[in-house]
Design a protein around this ligand. Structure first.
Ligand SMILES: Cc1cc2nc3c(=O)[nH]c(=O)nc-3n(C[C@H](O)[C@H](O)[C@H](O)COP(=O)(O)O)c2cc1C
Length: 233
């Protein structure tokens, strides 16, 4: 069994980023992965203090900052795959997601202690949602970071959408998001020796398309209900 962790980088726990992420995780589950989801904005994640720039040996796990990362680090180290979903904020990722990435330096920097980044070999997938522009900047940034952490990026591990309204109504986005989840789960299984290479990575046959469209409808309905019931919004 492989574990896939979804990270929602939007403060809106009902927005497009989490809905597309939920779909990706459902698709990962369909391939046999155990999935979980973190809403980053439920945690206090302080900025990195830059200890590594003083001395590489000053940045080793555990990070000296005592905040929400204490709970997040074990979730990440125990996962085989991560799917990061971010809203596009001024052509970049959200602020708290940037804090998270900088704070992961402590895992990457374990190379100086263990000879190996603690993120090495984990599989990464990416989703970016916006209204207007900047999706590929966000995805290319996240891909560069993940690969520099030692992570593996499978084929078709990116999904993005810019536009108004609910992103899950866009068939291309929902098929791309589902295939991010599928690719991350499959690659994690391949790397763990649990299966061979799939015949195809991006699945787009009619049966799968219908299944994913129905999943997307269920997710949208679930979030509609949450929004209707919530008196905090
Ligand atoms: C501070 C801020 C900056 C934004 N900058 C961009 C941007 O550069 N490009 C873009 O396409 N959308 C931008 N947006 C719009 C959001 O990306 C868009 O509303 C997105 O769907 C929000 O994701 P969510 O629904 O998961 O919260 C910005 C929104 C905010 C709040």
């Amino acid at each position: 069994m492989v574990k896939v962790l979804g990270i929602n980088g939007s403060p809106r726990s009902y927005g497009n980023s989490i809905q597309a992420l939920r779909l990706a995780l459902k698709a990962a589950e369909l391939e046999g992965a155990e999935v979980s989801l973190i809403n980053l904005y439920d945690y206090d994640i302080k900025p990195c203090l830059g200890c590594v720039s003083d001395d590489v040996m000053a940045c080793t796990y555990p990070c000296p900052i005592d905040d929400g990362m204490v709970k997040i680090y074990p979730e990440i180290t125990s996962a085989d795959g991560l799917i990061i979903s971010s809203p596009i904020y001024w052509f970049g990722i959200s602020g708290l997601l940037k804090n998270l990435i900088d704070r992961l330096t402590v895992l990457e920097n374990m190379i100086y202690v263990d000879g190996k980044s603690w993120l090495e070999g984990k599989v990464a997938g990416f989703i970016a949602l916006g209204n207007d522009e900047g999706a590929t900047m966000v995805i290319s940034h996240l891909m560069s970071v993940a690969n520099s952490f030692g992570m593996v990026i499978p084929p078709w591990a990116l999904a993005y959408y810019v536009g108004e309204g609910n992103a899950l109504e866009e068939v291309k986005l929902l098929m791309d998001a589902a295939n991010v989840g599928r690719a991350v789960a499959l690659m994690a299984q391949v790397l763990k020796g649990l299966r061979g290479q799939p015949k195809i990575w991006y699945r787009a046959d009619d049966k799968y398309r219908e299944y994913i469209k129905n999943l997307a409808k269920e997710i949208m309905a679930e979030f509609d209900e949450k929004i209707m019931k919530s008196d905090t919004l």
